[in-house]
Design a protein around this ligand. Structure first.
Ligand code: PLP
Length: 407
């Protein structure tokens, strides 16, 4: 074939996509030959030896279902129905779940990400393509919304000046939005800032959103890792109590250690049971075309944890242990930083909840942490607290106080 007649190959002009801001850095961390390196990037719970093992409850459940006679069959399009019935009371509380059960549709999805993706496509189809995410937010929110055909913008959330949640700015902004705008809210343990609204603030956010006819889309990925199973669900329950129609993308990755099993649920709170049926039919249509139906194994494990009283008690203790270690590490970090770097005020870290804390630093400082100290963190200053251990904490504190001292 002469060069004139040779056709271009199909993939010749494919541009290289940028690496994922979180997973991408993971490869750089692995390849880093420095001995004293620390990974404070990914939101995976690790113990003080940096092991990420199945929770005791999940391990017990896995063993219980090992010999179950599983059929070689697909799950329904919207997954394992028992999972929805068992998670409903955990998310909404037993009483609210019972009272509203008839109008809440649930689809078991491929992790919280699957729930967000399916939910976004459904809302773009049925409510609005205009979405708002908090500034800052989990970077994948933007990619998910883009792929689901939505447009998005930021709403004010974190203030660098206040070093915390800017409630007034958020409320003022919500009041300006057109009806039907979809607002992505972090139910608890805000990722990346660690700053959550108080219950009182959630009540006002709910009120303003109701008045403005704004649609709440909760991302609920950390139940039980902040203040406890019940307290962490307060935001969602306030909105349900206030009579919102809303969507909740729930993840079992962190609180059941189901990271690689991909277990999540999309809950849709509808006006009534007739609407619920129609909503469910459209959600199923979207799932069928995306991945047909979810995998079963992880959902069976979560269901077994929740329906077996002994395992459920163990799960409650598992979460207590996680919270305790996170709390201890955050406290030690703050105390040591305040002793080491007296000139810098690290008080703001005290109000943070859940896996992440937002260190007040700019991109170049975050890069210095990587380049000079082999401490890997995202470029917005987010650190994952379970990456800290009794062994590495002094090294991290020394490095942070050096880098934060000069701008
Ligand atoms: C805020 C937030 N939402 C959703 C998810 C997605 O969780 P999953 O792993 O279940 O897809 C994560 C995971 O890190 C997250 O941090």
């Amino acid at each position: 074939m002469g060069s004139k007649t040779r056709k271009k190959m199909f993939f010749q002009e494919v541009a290289e996509a940028p690496p994922d801001p979180i997973f991408g850095l993971g490869s750089a961390f692995k390849a880093d030959p420095r001995k004293e390196k620390v990974n404070l990037m990914v939101g995976i719970y690790k113990d003080d030896q940096l092991r990420s093992e199945l929770l005791h409850s999940a391990r017990g459940a896995k063993n219980n279902i090992l010999n179950q006679d599983l059929m070689a069959d697909y799950l329904p399009i919207d997954g394992h129905p028992e999972l929805i019935e068992l998670l409903g009371p955990i998310v909404f509380g037993a009483e609210l779940w019972k009272a509203n059960h008839g109008r809440i549709y649930g689809a078991h999805t491929t992790g919280g990400t699957g729930a967000l993706r399916v939910g976004a496509e459904f809302l773009a189809q049925e409510v609005s393509k205009t979405f708002y995410v908090s500034n800052h937010t989990w970077p994948n929110h933007r990619s998910i919304l883009e792929r689901a055909g939505c447009q998005y913008d930021n709403y004010p959330y974190y203030s660098r000046e206040k070093k915390g949640f800017d409630f007034e700015a958020m409320i003022a902004f919500l009041r300006t939005l057109p009806e039907k705008s979809v607002i992505v809210l972090h139910a608890c343990c805000h990722n990346p800032t660690g700053c959550d609204p108080t219950a009182e603030q959630w009540r006002l956010i709910s009120k303003v959103m109701k008045e403005g006819k704004l649609f709440p889309f909760f991302d609920f990925a950390y139940q039980g890792l902040g203040d406890g199973i019940e307290k962490d669900a307060e935001s969602v329950r306030i909105f349900l109590h206030d009579g919102h129609e809303m969507a909740i993308a729930y993840s079992c990755s962190k609180n059941f250690s189901m990271y690689c099993q991909r277990v999540g649920v999309l809950f849709m709170v509808d006006e009534n049971s007739a609407v619920k049926m129609r909503v469910g039919s459209q959600v199923k249509r979207i799932i069928r075309a995306l991945y047909s139906n979810p995998p079963a194994h992880g959902a069976l494990i979560v269901a077994e944890v929740l329906k077996n009283d002994d395992l459920k008690q163990i799960w409650i203790k598992d979460l207590e242990a996680i919270r305790k270690r996170i709390h201890l590490m955050r406290e030690s970090l703050i105390q040591r930083l305040m002793t080491k770097a007296k000139a810098i005020n690290f008080e703001y870290l005290k109000s943070h909840k859940g896996m992440f804390s937002f260190i007040d630093m700019d991109k170049s400082q975050a890069q210095r942490m990587i380049d000079e100290f082999a401490i890997y963190m995202t470029d917005n200053g987010r650190i994952s607290i379970p990456g800290l251990t009794t062994k590495n904490i002094d090294y991290v504190v020394n490095s942070l106080s050096t880098v934060c001292a000069k701008r």
